[in-house]
Write a new protein. Sequence first.
Length: 336
Amino acid sequence: MILVTGGAGYIGSHACVELLNAGKQVVVLDNFSNSSRTSLERIRQICRKPLAVVEGDIRDQAVIEKTLREFGCTAVVHFAGLKSVFESVSSPLDYYDNNVIGTHRLLRAMQGCGIKRIIFSSSATVYGDPKFLPYTEDHPLGPVNPYGQTKFFVEQMLRDLFVSDRSWSIGILRYFNPIGAHESGLIGEDPKGVPNNLLPFVAQVAVGRRERLNIFGNDYDTPDGTGVRDYIHVVDLAQGHVAALASLDKPACFAVNLGTGRGYSVLEVVKAFEKASGRPVPYDLRPRRAGDVATCYAGTDLATKVLGGWRATKDLETMCRDHWRWQSQNPNGYDA
C-alpha cells in the first residue's frame, strides 16, 4: 500500500491514477484545504479500483502514524503542500508551517513506523536565477522566494536524513511546469480563486470565466519577447513518480528534474491553446513581474538514466487539447 499525501490535488490525483493503473494499492491523506473530494470519486471512476481515503493533516503526526500502520503502507509519495510563489511572499509562515514542519512530522511518523521509502514533490524553484541553461541537477541551488525556500529546506532535510541513516530510499523530483489533464477530462487543475499559473488562467479565459489574460513582460531576450518555460504534461509527470518508486528498490537518495527539456513562450502557449479550443484568448501586455526570469527549461538526461528510461512524451498540442477537454467539460471545476 502506498500513502499519497495531498492525493486529491491536481498532481496528486493524476499520480493516484497512474499508481492504481500500475497495480499499486493507494491510500490518500488529504485535508482538502486546496482540493476537492470529487477528484477522488473521479479517480475511482477512471480506474474502477478501490481507493482508500483518510481526511487528515500532514502536521498531525498521530494521524499519519495511525494511517501508515492501519493500511500497512510500505512507501509514501508526498504531494501535500502549499504551492503559490506569490502567496508565499505575503504569508511565509503558513508556507514554512505546512511545507517544512508538515514534512518533518511526516518523516517522524515514517521513522516511527519503520517505513523508509519516500518520493518528494519538489520544484525547479530551488534553482533560483539561472546561472546556465538548461537547468541540470548540478546547477547551484538558490531559491528566491519563500515557496522555493521551503522546497529547498525539505530537500536538505531529506539529504541529511539519508546521511544519518543510509537504509532510506529517497527520490526528490523537481517539477518544471505541469499542465494538461487526464485524457478522460474527469480530473484536472482546479485552482481556488484567481489562478497563479498560466494554463488554468488561459483555460478560464477560453471557457468564459475570465475576460482577458495578463501577459507580464514582452521585452525579454526571447524569440517573441515573452517568458519561456518548460511545460510538462501532468500525466507524464505522474508516470515519472511511478518510475521513481520502481527505482527505489534499494537504499538511495537522488534528485532529478521532471521536464521535457525544451521551452515554450507565453505567446506560443496562448496560440496553441486557441487552436486546441477553437476559442480566442484575448490578452493585455503588462510590465514584467519582479522575480520572473526570461527563460527556464530542464536538463532531462539524468532523470531518464535514474528512472529506468522514463521521459516526457506528450507535446504542447496534446497538453493544450487535454487541458481544454477538462476545462470545457468542467467549466467551474469540480464545483460544477
